[in-house]
Design a protein around this ligand. Structure first.
Ligand SMILES: [Zn+2]
Length: 274
């Protein structure tokens, strides 16, 4: 057998061997040609992958139509070379085609989910699996589709962002001062959270809360309102928080994520300015 024939057979064998099945959510979809799309999937067991879906835009596509962001289901893909795009070979929607269509009925909810997808894409690496994060993102999308007001949506987004930071090893310290370890004490009153005497700051550089005694050493710190500090140190308080507080927390998270990523995120302005 000549070397070239052997190589071809060997390659075919490799591709057959490398077919992977996984549960996946589409977090980015780009038109590649008249008929094909390039997709970014966040999969449960493989992590993030880039894949080409050949013929996905043809009228009788075997994938059941073109992919949209948040298409969710079982995929099969060939990843013969991890430096290149995988080839999507099968897709079976887990939603019977309905997808997360309820999301597009409310622009703010849709924008929050697009922002979540953007952050997920930026903070994860290819072929680095995070099954818990997959489950959290799926639940976030489901809850977002079922939610009925913007404050509730902001809470979902805040919790998803915190889960994303945790699962990617960037969990901020919110229970005590990162520097001196003193705990933040807040009182939960009928009207929200009341500061019990100390000012609380957040520093992106040290990744957490900073007390009044330590704040001078952290030039990048941001002073938090008592309600915001209270909610961050006790996330259960988010449910009863005013919209103003939720927006302050979200603004802080966007600032922090911008510091971490080194640039602004495209969808952030649609969340803050709503
Ligand atoms: Zn301190």
């Amino acid at each position: 057998m000549s070397a070239s024939v052997w190589r071809i057979r060997h390659t075919q064998y490799d591709i057959r061997e490398m077919l992977t099945k996984d549960l996946a959510i589409c977090i980015r979809a780009i038109d590649y040609s008249e008929t094909s799309q390039i997709l970014t999937f966040f999969t449960r067991d493989t992590g993030k992958i880039g894949a080409i879906a050949k013929g996905s835009k043809r009228p009788k596509s075997s994938f059941g139509g073109p992919f949209e962001i948040f298409s969710y289901g079982k995929i099969v893909f060939a990843d013969s070379n991890k430096d290149k795009l995988s080839t999507l070979t099968e897709f079976e929607s887990a939603y019977g085609g309905a997808g997360f269509s309820a999301l597009s009925a409310n622009l703010f909810r849709l924008n929050c989910c697009l922002f979540g997808a953007e952050l997920l894409n930026k903070l994860t690496h290819d072929y680095d699996p995070h099954p818990q994060l997959f489950d959290d993102f799926l639940q976030f999308l489901k809850n977002a589709g079922a939610g009925d007001n913007n404050s509730e949506m902001l809470i979902l987004l805040i919790l998803f962002q915190l889960s994303l930071l945790k699962e990617t090893g960037l969990q901020p310290v919110l229970s005590h001062c990162v520097n001196c370890k003193s705990r933040y004490a807040s009182q939960n009153t009928r009207h929200g959270t009341r500061d019990t005497g100390h000012e609380i700051y957040f520093s992106s550089s040290i990744n957490g809360l900073i007390c009044r005694d330590c704040e001078a050493s952290f030039p990048d710190k941001i002073r938090l309102s008592p309600n915001t500090a209270g909610c961050l140190s006790n996330l259960k308080l988010l449910a009863g928080a005013q919209k103003k507080t939720l927006k302050e927390i979200e603004k802080l998270l966007i600032f922090h994520l911008t510091e971490i990523l080194g640039h602004k995120q495209k969808m952030a302005k649609y969340i803050i300015n709503s």
